[in-house]
Ligand binder design. Structure first.
Ligand code: PBG
Length: 325
């Protein structure tokens, strides 16, 4: 036998030497829920270990993330009042605007990304303006432009549109440029599938659609070529980073998109992926830490260079200790 693959697997030092996937906490993004009000630290029932914070309580968590080596945070807002047009999303004293001003003051070296979408702010829970029972694409663009601009004016380091309206990357790019924010990058949720894995998030944000579903704007999960269409389109519109979401059931798509585009690719391990691991942990079926390390590595191996995960803090610790990466 000339070739014995096991030769390179004999010792940890050798395994580490030939390791193909390298990762670092620099590429982790932690998604965080900020709720309007004060003195709020509420655990999200379907996402044990994840909380809704108010602006006055978020600093402890931000400090912990920083300590763990997580440098980037993606903020989602939960307003007190929701209405037809999601006005809370672009109010200058809205929950995310307030959070950004405070966070940038206290954590100037953390990188804050604002998720841009209407669904947490609309009374009907859809990601845009309704025209009867349809989401009106072009009317929604106007609100997304206002929302993105208002987050950037409040201090967002990057914006991440997650609404899946057509043309929104270009619309946001032009708006930011016209206001002197040409240096602010856009991370586009370009390839976002209509997924049941978002269920716990909708619990967390109270953003489940009050009728119908999101299939007229989020992608059909049977489709592969369409992912390339969306990704390439958003690169053309000026997206600086392309995201694929969810992660675990879509690693084939992560690989194809990563091979097809010339920008960094991010993958988002969504709320349902987190909830499944927690459930398995409680049933005693799997070791939580080992399984999240394996999941993270799979995402990077598939071609993502950025990873959004509710386990960012734990994974950063694993990377620092050398358990992975
Ligand atoms: C907003 C948005 C959603 C998620 C991220 N941004 C929910 C949705 O599309 O219904 C899901 C994130 C997660 O499940 O962790 N549109």
């Amino acid at each position: 036998m000339l070739v014995r693959p096991r030769r390179l697997r004999q010792k940890e030092v050798l395994r580490e030497m030939v390791r193909e996937t390298k990762m670092s906490p620099n590429s982790l993004i932690y998604p965080m829920f900020i709720k309007e009000g004060s003195n709020i630290v509420e655990e999200i029932p379907s996402m044990e270990g994840q909380f809704r914070y108010s602006v006055d309580t978020m600093s402890d968590k931000l400090a912990k993330l920083k300590e763990a080596g997580v440098k980037s945070v993606m903020l989602f807002g939960i307003p007190k009042e929701k209405d037809e047009l999601g006005t809370g999303a672009y109010a200058s004293n809205g929950v995310i605007q307030t959070a950004l001003r405070e966070a940038k003051k206290n954590f100037p070296d953390l990188f804050f990304i604002a998720d841009v979408c209407m669904c947490e702010y609309t009374s009907h829970g859809h990601c845009g303006v309704l025209h009867g029972y349809e989401v009106d694409n072009d009317a929604t663009l106007e609100l997304l432009k206002k929302t993105a601009l208002s987050y950037v004016q409040a201090g967002a380091d990057m914006v991440a549109p997650s609404d899946m309206m057509d043309g929104r990357v270009l619309a946001i790019r032009n708006t930011l440029d016209n206001h002197g924010f040409e240096h602010i990058p856009i991370m586009s949720y370009a390839v976002k599938y209509a997924s049941t894995f978002y269920t716990p998030f909708r619990d967390a944000a109270g953003s489940a659609p009050s009728f119908g579903d999101r299939k007229s704007y989020q992608m059909d999960y049977h489709n592969r070529k369409e992912a390339l269409k969306e990704a390439l389109l958003d690169v053309k519109e000026g997206a600086d980073i392309i995201m694929v979401k969810p992660a675990l059931s879509y690693l084939d798509i992560v690989r194809e998109v990563a091979d097809a585009v010339n920008v960094p690719v991010a993958a988002y391990s969504v709320s349902g992926e987190y909830a499944m691991v927690k459930a398995a942990k409680h049933l005693g079926y799997m070791d939580e830490k080992k399984v999240i390390c394996e999941m993270a590595t799979g995402v990077y191996r598939a071609g993502a260079s950025i990873y959004l995960t509710y386990y960012a803090e734990e994974i950063a610790e694993c990377m620092k200790k050398g358990d992975i990466g």
